[in-house]
Design a protein around this ligand. Structure first.
Ligand code: MN
Length: 208
């Protein structure tokens, strides 16, 4: 599961995943991500403001332009600007993994709630910039959680995107009536999700 996610994420970034295994000794997995130095590509702007922090050894540039990190090194990405804070309310562990990995790879900070009650508590403890709310959840479901949040002045205008597994007639209307700003049906298209998030965040001038 973890490897499948890594492969999906790396390939989304036009990278490659490799594996070498020796019986009785273990396995070595490598990821290779394209790294372009460009002064004209604005989409790489966030990457250029981050730095790698590794051990003593430095990454080695391979002939194909990929960076090969020395084995045993750790990489820390240091963002230079405030990271948008997303609250993800979702009870399905596979969806949590996919969505949080992808959003974190796109430089969002993600807090995860497993039901509506947790979502409300987390939103109060750490007011998010945007909420992704699954509708089918145990305890307090997504629609009820949205209604409860919207009743509080603090959360009256925060963008909430509803996520639902059942693309049924009337879903969109129910989500919007409960107070959601938008609605996405599962399986969630990751690229469209990030575009929707960025639209809502950029209309709030204090973020991004
Ligand atoms: Mn669910």
């Amino acid at each position: 599961m973890g490897l499948a996610l890594v492969r999906r994420l790396v390939e989304l970034h036009q990278g490659k995943v490799g594996a070498a295994s020796t019986l009785g000794q273990g396995s070595c997995f490598t990821i290779c991500l394209p790294y372009t130095l460009s002064s004209s590509t604005t989409s790489l702007e966030p990457l250029r403001s981050q730095q790698f922090v590794g051990g003593e050894a430095s990454p080695v540039r391979e002939p194909d332009g990929c960076l090969q990190l020395p084995s045993g090194s750790t990489v820390t990405i240091l963002p230079s600007t405030r990271v948008p804070n997303i609250l993800l309310a979702e009870d399905n562990p596979a969806n949590v993994d996919t969505l949080s990995c992808y959003l974190e790879s796109r430089s969002f900070q993600v807090r995860v709630a497993r039901n509506g009650r947790e979502a409300i508590a987390l939103a109060q403890a750490y007011p998010p910039d945007l909420i992704l709310m699954d509708i089918q959840m145990p305890d307090i479901d997504g629609l009820e959680a949205i209604r409860i949040l919207r009743a509080e002045p603090q959360f009256a205008t925060i963008p909430i995107i509803a996520l639902t597994a059942l693309a049924m007639v009337g879903d969109r209307e129910r989500c919007l009536a409960a107070g959601a700003n938008d609605y996405l049906a599962k399986p969630i298209p990751l690229k469209a999700l990030v575009e929707t998030i960025q639209q809502f965040l950029s209309s709030n001038s204090s973020i991004i």
